[in-house]
Write a protein that binds this ligand. Structure first.
Ligand code: SF4
Length: 328
């Protein structure tokens, strides 16, 4: 097998707060393979966005601190690069698309000015060439009348169009990795489906790898080949997407799947949507033992005191739970 595009080893991230140093990501390891779509899934506060932002060193340091681990890209540890090298790498080799394009786009610059700026920074193109390339990129993400769109401001476009602009901007320098943080959360259902389809076809066309951060298992089923489930700053289950969604091994994954609304089931009289009781623990209140135990319907006595280790299961799967597979 070829080298992974991204190899994250034992990454630990903490934040300095008035209540002391709090751990947000506790020693996660994973690999993103070439041309793969990998989903990092969990509820808000699980550490998935913090992990993704750390790859491009976009967390403010301090208060954030990457206290241990490696982020290897093309054999280079991104954690040891200087600010200038990192700046060159952002957008050129690894690009990011955020949840809300309105907060990522500059409201006082036209789409054309913003897109051309990236090209002028990373290439030797003239302004005219950069604008032409920007128009080409907008047609690539299926935006109609791309030349007109270049002259417009973000507020003149719909939410779906703005997200297409963000994806086009991310593709400006043909990155090898695209990190998409909740790329469809702010969009309505029909536009969500179109954006996922677009990401899927761009991945096939360009061969880039994608790391998709999401809380939405519908997005996972649609686009991901492999999934990492995160809870309280740790990976609690991982595996091929369809195997994991069909047969979750970890109670948290099972809870996430059970809480997805199913149209037919909800029509039945008295049907109720299942939910995972409670909420993700805050950074300063991580439970002892298995961090999921206060919310877990299968918890046994030792879950309160003993932390389960990540174990291997058949079919390239991993999970961390004291229960054996098939117990749920
Ligand atoms: Fe639930 Fe215990 Fe498994 Fe944690 S280790 S998920 S508390 S059964």
């Amino acid at each position: 097998m070829s080298e992974p595009e991204l190899d994250i080893q034992n990454l630990k991230i903490s934040f300095s707060t008035p209540r002391g140093k709090l751990t947000a990501v506790n020693g996660i390891s994973f690999q993103l393979n070439q041309g793969e779509a990998l989903a990092l899934v969990g509820e808000s506060g699980c550490g998935k966005t913090v992990s993704a932002l750390s790859i491009l060193r976009l967390l403010p340091e301090p208060p954030a601190e990457i206290s241990s681990g490696k982020i290897l890209f093309s054999g280079q540890n991104l954690l040891s690069l200087n600010a200038k090298t990192l700046q060159d790498l952002r957008g050129r080799s690894i690009a990011m698309v955020f949840q809300d394009p309105m907060t990522s786009l500059n409201p006082v610059l036209t789409i054309g000015e913003q897109m051309a700026e990236t090209l002028l920074r990373h290439t030797t193109m003239t302004r005219q060439e950069a604008l032409q390339k920007s128009a080409d990129l907008l047609s690539r993400v299926d935006l109609p009348s791309p030349k007109e769109k270049l002259k417009q401001y973000p507020h003149q476009l719909s939410g779906g169009m703005r997200q297409r602009v963000m994806i086009a901007m991310a593709l400006t320098c043909s990155p090898r990795i695209l990190i998409a943080d909740e790329p469809t959360t702010a969009l309505d259902v029909l536009i969500q489906a179109q954006i996922l389809e677009l990401l899927e076809s761009l991945k096939k066309e360009t061969g880039m790898s994608m790391l998709i951060i999401t809380h939405d298992l519908g997005v996972v089923a649609e686009i991901a080949q492999r999934v990492l489930i995160m809870y309280a700053g740790e990976i609690v289950e991982s595996g091929p997407a369809h195997a994991l969604l069909d047969n979750p091994l970890h109670p948290y994954t099972r809870g996430l799947i059970a809480s997805v609304p199913k149209l037919g089931a909800l029509k039945k009289k008295g049907a109720r949507l299942e939910e995972i009781p409670g909420t993700v623990p805050s950074l300063d209140q991580r439970p002892s033992g298995c961090a999921f135990h206060p919310r877990c319907a299968w918890a046994i006595e030792k879950c309160k005191t003993q932390k389960p280790q990540l174990r291997e299961a058949e079919g390239e799967r991993q999970w961390s739970c004291h229960l054996e597979p098939g117990s749920l």
